[in-house]
Design a protein around this ligand. Structure first.
Ligand SMILES: Nc1ncnc2c1ncn2[C@@H]1O[C@H](COS(=O)(=O)NC(=O)[C@@H](N)CS)[C@@H](O)[C@H]1O
Length: 438
């Protein structure tokens, strides 16, 4: 992509309404624009990151055997009356009347709808286990939307729903999602710690929140530092095998959000040097809620003995849009964002340090052509800004690799490669740059 042809409305100043670094940097880096309280337009740079995060979530759901579908954002109120949550959900629910005065709502989550879909088709335990998921926009009329995409009103969520014949089966589905979440967040360069959590409006008695440590996080957390060094299962993990050793390993080290924290146990179990009380960002939450929805909504299957029983369910959410902010909170410095390569909007940025100089322009064009031909996502800063402004912009938007092309270096057949994550620099020939990044 040539920057002269892209749409990247970088802000010079810090927007005053931004209270936390991710909100500030997303606005300054031209990644998004607020259209209403808690409602954002995703501009091209931010949208590229959102799609990369979404794709990692999708790949790990698919690897765990979940099946992707897409449910609508609008739902019938009567569906929620069946489960009894229409009134219980309260003011966070956006209630809508259509032209025929039919009562609809903008979905804050989809347990009712997926249960309705399931019960319409599945009648036998032989079709279980089943895990259906989608990646869809949600609306929750938060009292105080704030911190940019961290606590929005319209936000993108991956929500998966599992269906099993009994609790044992449902726990196996739960464990698959637990492992998939460990892999998902690690692939984004995050350490997201699974912590026992309250179940809240979703219900049930078993839930884990996946929390990324960050001083600006809304959740207070208490952990044994050992949890930060536990191994994340590899891509060859056997989802049809016994996952309980992995779950046991990750749940036997103390990690709890403040609402389920047990101070006495923490002091007793965790040596002082390993105790960490900090804050974190909830990037995902998983729930086992048994027959909470299948009872009220009659989602029954015939068991092996032919007798109809309500299925045992679980739901598993990831804050896809929240993750854009969470990754910035975890990966930034004073100059701006430091994207992990897996989610970066572009892999490399070419900075032409002397626009108009034939040798420099030629070398940049050749690098741009060769890297693009090898499938490397490149942003070529071909604007006529001064070099200093180009450096600042590249640091701000956080592209992992910067290729600095100037007349002096070129005279020796070299360009400078800067790694954004640690600031390390290397001089090499353009051909070596292509070999390194392709
Ligand atoms: N207001 C919000 N803005 C941005 N992300 C949010 C917001 N509310 C929740 N999320 C994200 O969505 C994830 C799942 O939301 S949840 O309420 O915990 N779970 C559910 O809704 C279940 N139905 C899971 S399928 C959260 O872990 C969080 O990362």
């Amino acid at each position: 992509m040539r920057l002269s042809r892209f749409f990247l409305p970088i802000l010079k100043e810090n927007p005053k309404e931004a209270e936390i670094v991710s909100h500030r940097l997303m606005l300054r880096a031209g990644m998004m624009r607020q259209e209403a309280a808690g409602i954002y337009a995703w501009l091209p740079l931010g949208f590229r990151v959102l799609k990369k995060i979404e794709q990692i979530v999708r790949e790990e759901q698919d690897r765990a055997g979940a099946l992707e579908l897409l449910m609508p954002t609008l739902q019938l109120a009567d569906l929620w009356r069946e489960s009894g949550r229409y009134d219980a959900y309260g003011p966070e629910m956006l209630r809508i009347l259509d032209r025929h005065k039919r009562e609809l709502l903008y979905g804050p989550t989809n347990e009712e709808m997926i249960t309705e879909i399931f019960r319409s088709y599945v009648k036998s335990y032989k079709n279980l286990p089943l895990n259906l998921y989608h990646i869809q926009w949600k609306f929750r009329d938060e009292q105080r939307p704030r911190f940019g995409v961290m606590r929005g009103r319209e936000f993108l969520m991956k929500d998966a729903y599992s269906f099993d014949l009994d609790e044992a089966g449902a726990r196996r589905s739960y464990n698959k999602m637990f492992v998939a979440y460990l892999r998902t967040f690690a692939r984004m360069g995050l350490k997201a710690i699974p912590m026992r959590a309250e179940t809240g409006p979703i219900g049930g008695d078993l839930s884990h929140e996946f929390i990324v440590l960050a001083d600006t996080g809304e959740s207070g957390v208490f952990i044994n530092r050992d949890v930060l060094d536990l191994p994340v299962p590899g891509e060859d993990v056997d989802y049809d095998g016994d996952l309980t050793p992995i779950i046991k390993q990750w749940t036997s080290v103390y990690a709890a959000t403040e609402d389920v924290h047990e101070a006495a146990r923490f002091e007793q179990e965790v040596p002082e040097a390993k105790r960490l009380n900090t804050r974190g960002i909830e990037v995902g939450q998983i729930f086992y809620f048994g027959t909470k929805y299948s009872d009220t909504m009659k989602a029954m299957v015939a068991g092996p003995d032919g007798v109809d029983v309500p299925i045992h369910g679980g739901s598993y959410g990831v804050g896809v849009s929240r993750l854009v902010g969470a990754i910035i909170e975890a990966c930034h410095d004073d100059a701006g964002i430091k994207w992990p390569e897996a989610v970066a909007p572009f892999r490399a940025a070419i900075l032409n340090l002397k626009q108009g100089d034939a040798a420099v322009d030629g070398a940049c064009e050749q690098l741009y052509r060769e890297l693009s031909a090898k499938g490397v996502d490149v942003l070529y800063d071909d604007t006529d800004q001064r070099a200093g402004a180009k450096f600042a912009a590249a640091d701000l938007i956080g592209i992992p690799w910067q290729i600095l092309v100037g007349p002096k270096g070129l005279a020796e057949g070299k360009v400078e490669v800067k790694r954004r994550s640690d600031g390390s620099r290397d001089n090499m020939s353009p051909a070596d740059v292509v070999a390194k990044l392709a």
